[in-house]
Each structure stands twice: as C-alpha cells, then as structure tokens.
Design a protein around this ligand. Structure first.
Ligand SMILES: Nc1ncnc2c1ncn2[C@@H]1O[C@H](COP(=O)(O)OP(=O)(O)O)[C@@H](O)[C@H]1O
Ligand SMILES: [Mg+2]
Length: 259
C-alpha cells in the first residue's frame, strides 16, 4: 500500500531514541507508515513496542530524533529551524486525532457500553448528547454490539469489552489507530471477533499500527511488518516475506517461538 499513496506519511520516525533514566529503550527507530496502511509491529517482550506507541501518542517524550504524525512533529512546533515544546493543552488537542486500544480495555466500569462510547466526544469536544449517542449507536453496530449498548462492562465478555473500547476510540474520529496487543488478554475463542472488527477497519481505510502476536492477522491484513528487538528495527517488509523468509537470525529465532 505504501506504493499507492503519495505525500505525507501518517507516521514518520527518524532516529528516535527513548531512555528511562539510564535504561536506553529505543535506540534509533526509523520507519514510515503511509495513510491507510496496516502496519504490524512484532517483537519480544521488553523490546520497546509499547514505548514506541506511547511516543507516537504523546504519552512519552522522545530524547532524540524526530517523530511526526501526519506531517506534524510530536510534542513540538517548528518555527524556522527552531523547535518549541507544545503546551499540555496543545498536546491534548493532538492526542484527540490518535485512537489507542490497549491490552486491558480500561472501560469506565460505572458506565454502560454506549455511555463509554459517548463520553469523550461530550467531555472533550463538547458535543451534544444526541449527536454523541447517534454516533455511538452506529459504532456499537459496527463492532457488532448493538444489543449490548445498555450493558455495563462487568456484564460483557473480554472480547465484547475490547470491541466497546475500539468503538470508544473511534468515537473521536481519529486519523490513526494504535493497537497495543489488543487480543493478548482474551480467551482464545474471543480473539476472532476482535480481529474481525480490526479487519473491517482496515478495509475501510483506517491507518493502523498494530502490536500483535497474531501472525495470521499480520499476514492477511497487514501491509507491512516490522520486527523489533532491543529497541531497534531488526527487519521489515511485507508480512508474507518477513514471516516466511526472515533474513536475520534474531527474527528467525523469535518466529520459531511464536509461529
Ligand atoms: N515508564 C517507564 N519507566 C521505566 N522503564 C520503562 C517505562 N516504560 C517502559 N519501561 C521499560 O522499557 C522496556 C521496554 O518496555 P515496553 O516498551 O513496554 O516493551 P514491549 O512493549 O515491547 O514489551 C522495558 O524494559 C520496560 O521495563
Ligand atoms: Mg508492550
């Protein structure tokens, strides 16, 4: 898909470094995600995948390098050749454009499914309840949960909660969706419904970065696949190529454990 799109990448990382104290976690990440691309990210636990997503979403500051979303630097404004750090309010505005779905669904437990989906547009964008409700109904339908609108999270399965979490992220009409191991906490029989929702999003042209261990999903839905280890991109390419013909020993060894 990279070849069919032109212009500004949705995400561009150039030499991105991130440390926590003395721990050097991201050691120069270079990658590009095109609009409408489904970009899968795999790698062992602790390799920095979540940290990288958090940098994209302005939850962590990069220490060196450049990271931009839709042509705009994350966390900074450029004037001439000088960079100015964004204020918290400006960061919050930018974060609205990026939806994030976590391993743990983090729904508001005291709100019904539909209230969870309505909440951010009302609170953050000042949208009317009627407008927010109409969209939430549409989104719950899209994730196959129209009949669960009035259920509380505790009355839903993990897979259903995760689909509500996806609908909640979509309610802000993001231009980019980040998924951090969205099916890892689910019982195996619930994984498929969540992946189906993600597949539908991909077909509708959503730009998605998906950290996952679901190699079948990566192979079928992904446009590109990156293998990350110890804070560097070891290997990237078309999912089929990386999965069936890995070039690096570290990739081979990782895949032999997960495939
Ligand atoms: N806020 C933090 N403070 C200190 N260390 C962190 C923090 N967040 C992540 N780390 C460390 O960064 C490393 C990479 O973590 P993470 O990005 O979560 O990896 P992955 O998602 O690939 O499993 C881990 O060693 C983790 O302990
Ligand atoms: Mg992680």
């Amino acid at each position: 898909m990279t070849t069919t799109t032109s212009g500004t990448p949705m995400v561009k990382a150039e030499g991105v470094h991130k440390s926590f104290g003395a721990a050097h976690i991201l050691k120069g990440i270079d990658l590009e995600v095109a609009p409408r691309e489904v970009f899968c990210l795999i790698g062992p636990s602790g390799s920095g995948k979540s940290t990288f997503l958090r940098c994209i979403n302005h939850l962590e500051k990069v220490n060196a390098g450049r990271l931009s979303v839709d042509g705009e630097l994350v966390g900074y404004r450029q004037k001439g050749d000088k960079l100015y750090e964004l204020k918290d309010s400006e960061v919050a505005l930018k974060r609205r454009d990026i939806g994030m779905v976590f391993q743990r669904f983090n729904l508001f437990p005291h709100m019904t499914a539909i209230e969870n989906v309505m909440e951010a547009p009302i609170q953050v964008k000042g949208e009317s309840k009627a407008v927010a409700r109409a969209r939430a109904e549409r989104l719950l339908d899209r994730v196959g949960l129209s009949d669960k609108a009035k259920n509380y999270p505790s009355q839903l399965s993990g897979g259903q909660q995760q689909r509500v979490a996806i609908a909640r992220a979509l309610a802000m009409e993001p231009k980019l969706m980040l998924f951090d191991e969205p099916t890892s906490a689910l019982d195996p029989e619930l994984v498929g419904d969540v992946l189906d929702v993600m597949r539908g999003l991909a077909e509708d042209g959503m730009t998605m970065i998906v950290v996952t261990h679901e190699m079948g999903f990566a192979r079928e839905v992904g446009d590109s696949l990156v293998f990350m280890d110890e804070g560097v991109v070891v290997e990237s390419g078309h999912p089929r190529d990386v999965l069936t013909n890995p070039q690096h020993d570290r990739t081979k060894s990782f895949l032999s454990k997960v495939l």
